[in-house]
Design a protein around this ligand. Structure first.
Ligand code: GDP
Ligand code: MN
Length: 434
């Protein structure tokens, strides 16, 4: 079987759209866990609030959900210049385009009235950037901040890096631009400091990074101080990544984090309750939220075979084997551990609500799960939902014989499969026939 990385790479090829990749990585990251978890994402304004609470310098800002609020916020800021920023989770907003026609998800202006006018063309519209799906992501909120002049624009990130077995600080004097491009074209402009998690960040490391980024004289010390504060924040909030691009300097001699993206370790949810409570689910597909209501995890992809599985490992294996047999998954619905018959019904309802779905592949390994419960749930769902698409079922494990009998004696057109390979072949074939 291909490695999770190979599976993710294949799926990545299928997805193309970068914004979907974190979702698949979320599946991947769960492979080793028993329970599936949502992937926490915070908006820029939420990340900046955390930063400012930890002594990291960010611009003064307000958040607005309407153009009127944006206008009022701009007046209240009483700043020489204002920067208006669409709040979506994807990056590359500066160069993005709205379906209102407005170009740019980040705008600078001196006139509060213009803030109101621009916000009008942002809020409620979709913003498409290099990192979003083609149709973009709907903007519900904007950040209205005091704009500052930037005299030095650098890149700074702190992340947990498996290859270093711990945190590493990555920086580049080439900030404000796509860091992947810098890494590809000018790798000598990427600097790294590996941090010993037990010893913590050393002054010499923070100073060296500040110097490599191009902060000079007293600004070097200020930048080093900000880097240390960012590192302490990173540890305190159980982040897996804190990315600041640009990490900049103003002509007045202040080091400022102009942008912020923080990723969190979902395993730390139990001790980061306040942060996880800020979770903004508004960018989830409605179907994902609906699934979460029933303790199910849904991930939408763009093929035509719905996959109903238990556990992230099995989800990846199923994805892989569908690809290998020439098919494409439409989605995954992960049932998790302690399943009830009603959840199976809800799961089918969700899967079949996606018009892309032309076949359903059930691949359940009954360890904790009792296969007979699944079989009863399936037959009930088939009858009540009057299932129109071919259904291929592979059950294995606890009480599987009983489960097979239930399916057989149901009189429903369910194709049983003897193993995963057989199931994938039958599902792909059922779609090809159409
Ligand atoms: P992103 O495009 O999603 O990464 O959004 P950013 O927050 O990084 O904003 C895009 C660009 O706008 C930045 O790289 C900066 O060059 C510029 N920018 C953002 N805030 C300010 C500001 O307060 N002053 C100035 N002069 N430029 C800003
Ligand atoms: Mn940025």
């Amino acid at each position: 079987m291909a490695s999770p990385v190979a599976i993710a790479a294949q799926a990545g090829k299928l997805l193309r759209e970068q914004a979907l990749r974190p979702r698949l990585l979320a599946v991947r990251s769960q492979a080793g866990h028993l329970t599936s978890r949502r992937w926490l994402n915070l908006q820029e304004y939420q990340s900046k609030k955390l930063m400012s609470e930890h002594g990291v310098r960010v611009q003064r800002f307000f958040v607005a959900s309407t153009a009127k609020e944006a206008l009022e916020a701009a007046k209240r800021l009483n700043a020489k210049e204002i920067v208006l920023k669409a709040q979506i989770l994807a990056g590359g907003r500066g160069k993005g385009v709205f379906n209102s026609g407005l170009k740019g998800g980040v705008h600078l202006t001196k006139d509060p009235k213009v803030v109101g006018q621009l916000a009008q063309q942002m809020i409620g519209y979709n913003l498409t950037t290099k990192q979003t799906p083609k149709e973009g992501v709907k903007v519900n909120k904007v950040m209205v901040a005091e704009a500052l002049d930037i005299s030095l624009e650098t890149y700074l990130a702190i992340l947990m890096d498996r290859s270093y077995n711990g945190p590493v600080i990555v920086g580049s004097p080439q900030g404000g631009v796509d860091i992947e491009e810098v890494a590809a074209n000018n790798p000598e402009l990427i600097f790294k400091e590996q941090i010993d998690i037990f010893e913590g960040i050393k002054d010499s490391q923070a100073q060296r990074m500040a110097e490599n980024l191009g902060f000079l004289g007293p600004l070097k010390h200020q930048a080093a101080d900000q880097i240390k504060k960012l590192y302490h924040l990173f540890l305190k909030i159980d982040a897996t990544q804190v990315e600041v691009n640009p990490f900049g300097e103003t002509p007045e001699g202040q080091v400022v984090c102009f942008d912020a993206k923080i990723n969190f370790d979902d395993n730390a949810e139990f001790r980061q309750k306040d942060i996880f409570a800020m979770d903004d689910k508004s960018e989830n597909e409605p179907i994902e939220n609906e699934a979460a209501r029933y303790d199910l995890k849904y991930i939408g992809l763009d093929g035509n075979i719905a996959c109903f599985v238990n556990g992230a490992g099995l989800a990846m294996a199923t994805c892989d084997i569908i690809f290998l047999n020439g098919g494409k998954p439409a989605n995954f619905l992960d049932l998790g551990g302690g399943v009830k018959e009603s959840q199976v019904y809800q799961a089918f309802k969700l899967l079949t609500s996606d018009p892309k779905v032309e076949a359903i592949l059930v691949n359940i390994f009954g360890g904790i799960v009792n296969c007979a419960i699944i079989a009863n749930g399936i037959t009930k769902a088939c009858r009540e939902l009057e299932l129109k698409v071919p259904l291929v079922v592979r059950l294995e494990g606890t009480n599987v014989q009983e489960a097979q009998k239930i399916l057989q004696s149901s009189g429903l057109p369910i194709t049983q499969a003897k193993d995963l390979e057989d199931a994938a072949k039958k599902a792909v074939a059922s779609v090809a026939k159409k």
